[in-house]
Design a binder for this molecule. Structure first.
Ligand SMILES: Cc1ncc(COP(=O)(O)O)c(C=O)c1O
Length: 342
């Protein structure tokens, strides 16, 4: 059974599976000193048009938490949206490893820009966690994207106040596709300092990368990663997946498919909304997720065949997420079942 639970629920994309098989011969050195990892590091530098350092880790929480650990002291704070994964879904790991989380009000998942400066206060006050990092999620947890201008604006503000800018990019390729841009334009040229670059949700078996643009943050990262038990010994298998993902713009092709399926789902759901007031689309669709309020009774029945998450228990806002392997017929079948329930 397939559903709309998460892009984490899907299996491994054949391109990445093949890449792992292709890297599965010979003995090679471990811990990232193999030829596969070295080749992939160059691909990342080409992608960002910058001499970035890239470190592989096992999961997205580690990519986020270790990025922060590199950028801040324990007595400092990271400003992020009140719906960010960092704040809601990482079991306090950022605070355990890196420092205080300071949440900011958000709209459709994005930090409200005019609110940021209100939190940049009490500089030098020993009683107050000193703001050190701004972290944005791109695309956000609500499937929206910061525009290039918005990222620029946030980055300039961060620089003005001596803060680092981190991107939680668990699905960053989807934003690149949606904005019809490049990593150079969206990240490097905007002065982003460090990125959690997602693999798993985009068709990998496992594996994420921390991409460091700011050389101040590069210095101790290898120690930070190892101490957190996130140094993969058979690193070549993550490297091989990233290599295939970046080669020939596979990342864009995978993003294009997921977003196309979300567009179809959104389009069909919008038509259903014309038939009933019970269903309401709640967020702009700018990535591979559609958010809608569905009636409680229908949720139960629908989830018997198509699993999805209820995002907000009190409003019954649900998240329907597409993936690299979502098929149009699955979208149509879901809509048909919804119509039957209505
Ligand atoms: C936006 C975002 N960041 C980070 C993560 C963390 O990834 P992981 O579950 O691999 O730790 C997720 C996972 O759902 C996510 O959606």
């Amino acid at each position: 059974m397939k559903g709309f639970g998460s892009d984490n629920h899907s299996g491994i994309h054949p391109v990445m599976l093949q890449a792992m098989i292709d890297g599965n011969s010979d003995h090679v050195p471990s811990y990232g000193t193999d030829r596969y990892s070295e080749k992939t590091a160059v691909q990342f530098q080409d992608l960002f048009a910058s001499p970035v350092d890239t470190y592989f880790v096992y999961n997205g929480t580690a990519a986020n938490v270790l990025s922060l650990q590199a950028a801040m002291e324990r007595f400092e704070s990271v400003l992020c949206s009140d719906v960010s994964h960092l704040h809601i879904d990482e079991c306090g790991a950022p605070e355990f490893f890196a420092g205080k989380i300071q949440t900011l009000p958000s709209k459709n998942g994005k930090i409200i820009f005019s609110e940021i400066e209100k939190y940049l206060i009490r500089k030098g006050d020993q009683h107050y966690s000193q703001p050190r990092v701004i972290s944005i999620t791109q695309p956000t947890e609500l499937g929206t994207c910061y525009s290039l201008d918005e990222i620029q604006e946030i980055s300039l503000l961060a620089k003005k106040h001596g803060l680092f800018l981190h991107i939680d990019g668990a699905r960053i390729s989807n934003a690149i596709h949606y904005l019809n841009t490049t990593f150079k334009t969206m990240v490097t040229d905007k002065g982003v300092d460090i990125v959690s670059f997602g693999g798993t949700k985009n068709g990998f078996a496992f594996g994420e990368a921390v991409v460091i643009l700011n050389k101040e943050l590069k210095k101790d990262f290898k120690f930070i990663r190892k101490q957190a038990a996130q140094l993969p010994s058979k690193s070549r298998f993550i490297a091989q997946q990233f290599s295939a993902y970046l080669k020939d713009e596979t990342y864009l092709k995978i993003a294009a498919h997921s977003l196309k399926m979300a567009e179809l789902l959104h389009h069909e759901l919008a038509k259903v909304c014309l038939l009933t007031d019970l269903i309401k689309i709640t967020q702009p669709r700018q990535s591979n997720a559609v958010f809608a309020i569905l009636p409680k009774k229908m949720i139960k029945a629908l989830r018997e065949n198509f699993f999805f998450y209820v995002w907000n228990e009190s409003t019954t806002e649900c998240r329907l997420m597409t993936s690299w392997d979502t098929k149009p017929e699955e979208v149509h079948e879901f809509i048909l079942q919804l119509k039957n329930l209505i």
